[in-house]
Design a protein around this ligand. Structure first.
Ligand SMILES: N[C@@H](CCC(=O)N[C@@H](CS)C(=O)NCC(=O)O)C(=O)O
Length: 208
């Protein structure tokens, strides 16, 4: 059985939704970020990165959202979460998800996790000040150039959708106005109507 290590309101939401979409046999293990469980010895023995998500698989541990999402799609082919037989289309999925992980997520982290990059308080304040602008620019590129609609890759729902949705859920907290991003705003509303999304959000809240 797969085991997902997650914390509520984190990027692990994407993998959590994808596991549900896949109809996977999995259990979810919640980490308490208020108690910094992700930095404690027990969890570091499982995932030395001290981050979520991590997915314990029969073959070993997987980290990094794009890898976890691709693994879920590849091991649950019947769920049709990615165009696995089309090398180019699958590469586009990887490109999109890697953009979220390496650019949008990192821009967001400059707000709450500025201490990763600086000790100086003025430098941290400057990162926090600049963060909404950098996050918005990243979302605008997605809105204008990458997003096909109604789903990220067009007519078919893929592993890009729960991952984009996860970051869209943080817009208000990141001081990004959703109305500047109408396609992504509509995509987020559509995602919120999906029973699996509602179930996972409710499960994560109940465990919080
Ligand atoms: N590149 C990783 C980033 C994972 C990550 O930074 N997760 C955050 C939650 S959104 C985390 O675990 N933060 C805990 C910490 O910084 O202590 C991925 O895409 O999976």
């Amino acid at each position: 059985m797969l085991k997902l290590y997650y914390a509520p309101n984190t990027c692990a939401l994407a993998a959590h939704i994808a596991l549900e979409d896949a109809g996977a046999d999995y259990e979810a293990h919640r980490l308490d970020f208020y108690r910094e469980e992700q930095r404690q010895t027990d969890y570091l023995a499982i995932n030395p990165k001290g981050r979520v998500p991590a997915l314990s698989c029969p073959e070993g541990l997987l980290t990094e959202n794009p890898a976890i999402l691709a693994y879920i799609a590849q091991t649950h082919k019947a769920a049709n979460l990615a165009p696995l037989e089309d090398a180019f289309a699958f590469a586009k999925i990887q490109a999109f998800n890697n953009y979220l992980a390496s650019t949008l997520h990192v821009a967001h982290a400059h707000g709450k996790r500025a201490e990763r990059w600086a000790d100086d308080e003025a430098a941290k304040r400057e990162m926090l000040r600049k963060m909404p602008e950098v996050v918005l620019n990243s979302f605008l590129l997605i809105e204008e150039d990458m997003f096909k609609g109604p789903f990220v890759m067009g007519e078919a729902y893929t592993i890009c959708d729960p991952y984009l949705f996860t970051f869209a859920q943080w817009m208000e907290a990141d001081n990004v106005d959703p109305d500047l991003l109408p396609k992504l705003r509509d995509h987020r509303q559509m995602m919120l109507q999906r029973p699996n999304v509602q179930k996972i959000i409710a499960d994560e809240r109940a465990a919080d």
